[in-house]
Design a protein around this ligand. Structure first.
Ligand code: NDP
Ligand code: GDR
Length: 379
């Protein structure tokens, strides 16, 4: 049988079941790539973000393939790269939650830090240095305790969590394999990016999902950590496009990817509430601060009345070391690659609330028909 698939560009994505991995897989398939993704073995199905692009493996020339694997498993990664011989590897897999990295620091170091080395070493060991291009999912968390604003490619790093320290290793080992072995390897230093597919425990999704659940009576209150924290939020769809663009240049280079505008977590809460027709007013200070419903417009929040407390502070969500402010300068990406983000943060927030509202409505309807539907609320 004539195998036309080898003529296509082939990509391998670690973290394909995550937010970015799912959007990137869609993007590359639309560009005609053969896409291989690594998924972890789990006791439940964990492919909900990519189920819509999954192709039956019995279909001839299926262009999207999933393989079991793990960034902690050298032989597994090496075997997959040997068999696939990818033109491009996108290393998006990670224990990506900053707060969780304080609970599981060693695991985070192994997967996020050494996992990157395992992939680069496999490329080198297999003699694919001239063939396989490598993208590393680096992060604005590298800046941590920021020394200049906005942060650009030359801003010094000061990581503030086991996650960020692990990613610092990954950043430098990527630079090192580029310099030492001539591998086309580059870092995208991405600032926070979100979407309806964002994990439920990251702050934006926790807010959009939490407030819609509260509006429909599925949760009593949103418990938050540091709501004064400032972030530069973009949309994941815009950011995965840039991941691909970075691997299409003549020379590998590292880029900051950001919008250049920052807002507080508190502001994001207000936007999400506005989408539901609710006005929230904050009062009190520190851990005693609360957010109350001050006005209600429309019919999207039938479970609420004026005066209800819908936001409280829970110190459990404070981090041992916080990154208070992040603001990126995407000038290099704009000038060299012509990249500009297309989706505004307020529109993204509206999209996230709309999707979470649909999901919450489904639960309400099922409950009305006597079906017990548990709702996870642990943030
Ligand atoms: P997600 O948490 O949504 O996805 C992470 C992915 O990594 C999931 O597919 C997860 O699998 C997989 N994974 C976790 N541990 C392992 C492991 N041991 N071996 C193999 N795969 C593993 O993250 P995002 O999509 O938001 O982010 C993608 C990458 O970009 C991450 O590396 C993150 O650190 C980085 N980043 C993200 C930013 C953001 O704002 N989103 C900003 C800057 C960097 P499973 O589905 O089974 O959990
Ligand atoms: P971050 O994202 O730590 O920036 O890492 P997250 O959304 O978790 O936090 C952003 C800010 O919000 C504050 N915050 C809360 N955060 C969470 N998760 N839950 C809360 O209840 C809460 N209350 C306030 C946080 O303290 C923080 O200041 C994300 C991840 O995607 C990383 O993988 C990625 O590298 C960086 O973005 C860029």
């Amino acid at each position: 049988m004539h195998d036309i698939s080898r003529k296509r560009k082939t990509a391998l994505i670690t973290g394909v079941t995550g937010q970015d991995g799912s959007y990137l897989a869609e993007f590359l398939l639309a560009k005609g790539y053969q896409v291989h993704g690594i998924k972890r073995r789990a006791s439940l199905f964990n492919t909900s973000r990519v189920d819509h692009i999954y192709e039956d493996q019995h279909v001839e020339n299926a262009r999207f393939k999933l393989h079991y694997g793990d960034l902690s498993d050298t032989s597994n990664l090496t075997r997959l790269i040997r068999d696939i011989e990818p033109d491009e590897v996108y290393n998006l897999g990670a224990q990506s939650h900053v707060a969780v990295s304080f609970e599981a620091p060693e695991y985070t170091a192994d997967v996020d830090g050494i996992g990157t080395l395992r992939l680069l070493e496999a490329i080198r060991f297999l003699g694919l240095e001239q063939k396989t291009r490598f993208y590393q999912a680096s992060t604005s968390e590298l800046y941590g305790l920021v020394k200049e604003a906005p942060q650009r490619e030359t801003t010094p790093f000061h990581p503030r969590s086991p996650y960020a320290v692990a990613k610092l290793y990954a950043y430098w080992i990527t630079v090192n394999y580029r310099e030492a072995y001539g591998i086309y390897a580059c870092n995208g230093i991405l600032f926070n990016h979100e979407s309806p597919r964002r994990g439920e425990t990251f702050v934006t999704r926790k807010i959009t999902r939490g407030l819609t659940n509260i509006a429909l009576g599925l949760e009593p209150c949103l418990y938050m950590g540091n709501i004064d924290s400032l972030r530069d939020w973009g949309h994941a769809k815009d950011y995965v496009r840039m991941q691909w663009m970075m691997l299409q240049q003549d020379e590998p280079e590292d880029f900051v990817i950001a919008t250049g505008v920052q807002y507080s977590v508190r502001q994001f809460i207000l936007w999400a509430a506005e989408q539901l027709g609710i006005t929230i007013e904050f009062s009190g200070k520190g851990v005693d601060e609360i957010g109350r419903v001050a006005a209600i417009k429309g019919k999207l929040a039938p479970a609420l009345k004026i005066g209800d407390v819908v936001v409280r502070i829970d110190p459990r969500y404070f981090r041992p070391a916080e990154v208070d402010t992040l603001l990126g300068d995407p000038t290099r990406a704009k000038e060299r690659l012509g990249w500009v983000p297309e989706i505004a943060v307020q529109d993204m927030c509206a999209e996230m609330v709309a999707e979470d509202y649909k999901a919450a409505r489904r639960v309400v309807l099922l409950r009305q028909h006597g079906l017990e539907m548990p709702v996870s609320v642990e943030g």
